[in-house]
Design a binder for this molecule. Sequence first.
Ligand code: ADP
Length: 333
Amino acid sequence: MRTVSGIQPTGNLHLGNYLGAIRNWVRMQDAMEESGGECFFFLADLHAISQYQDPAELRRGIREMAAALIACGVDPARSTLFRQRDVPAHSELAWLLNGTARVGWLNRMTQFKDKSGKNREGASVALYTYPVLQAADVLLYQATHVPVGDDQKQHLELARDIAIKFNTDYAVELFTLPEPIIPPAAARIMSLRDGAAKMSKSDASDMSRINLADDPDLITQKIRKAKTDPEPLPDDPGLLDGRPEARNLVTIYSALADEPVKDVLARFAGQGFGAFKPALAELTVEKLRPIGARFAELQQDPAELDRLLKLGAEKANRVAAPTLGGAYAALGL
Ligand code: ADP
């Protein structure tokens, strides 16, 4: 078994990124290791430029995301972690696959329609061919399994269609058809100031989010000031309906403690936020302390980060080479 998964590099990482995305990678790494498989994880910096990025911000975001992934438990000694840009085979294979992918197939991709919106004519060509680069990302490594959320199912289907057509057109058995794995539903973390808005790096108020770099005092202060309601906590998760702020704090507790919401409520039912918030702050500080410390350490040592990413890239280049070579040969190039 081999899984391949990418994440776009962004900066200002927060608890939502950790619980909603990064932690899933750590779990996948553990699960794959148990079943004798391996994980390829990459920073999708080539995908990132399908929309304009400020170059300095992008450079900073790449380092920050790499530091966060490692701090949160993605282990470069157990998984292959690299930057997409460091493995030119991604770009090369994407171009070769552009010869196989059909315009009609790409025209059906709903994500392009969503992301380009009313400005289709003004969208970049990269945004349009993004799914072909994604196909290259996974086919290059003979991935057997690819974790996909709902929004990515269609792109994995496309990768399979491209693989089938290429193998058929050129009478080769080059590409493995990757199967989807549906990751366990990730927590969706909301703003601490507004239970209806997602916790996000782009929220103007820093009090709305807990950053991976926040120190314990700041975390405690943000949780103390988080918006809530005057009611005590219920014993039944259904009774959190209509109480988005209360639901969010309980969700955060449940995700960090790795305990179902109903078990959290069983412990705190009848208590108000005066009791719940300190417990939540303590738990958050305890869970984020080692992550924050390693994160800061890595960010202050870019040479070490670059060294780890280089090792990952060397391995990825090695594994990718035969598939890329096979594609060139099949095409008569
Ligand atoms: P932001 O919304 O802060 O700009 P991104 O869009 O860069 O975050 O998201 C990076 C990853 O983190 C994505 O996989 C996304 O699903 C996840 N993520 C971001 N915010 C949240 C959140 N509030 N709750 C859960 N997951 C989140």
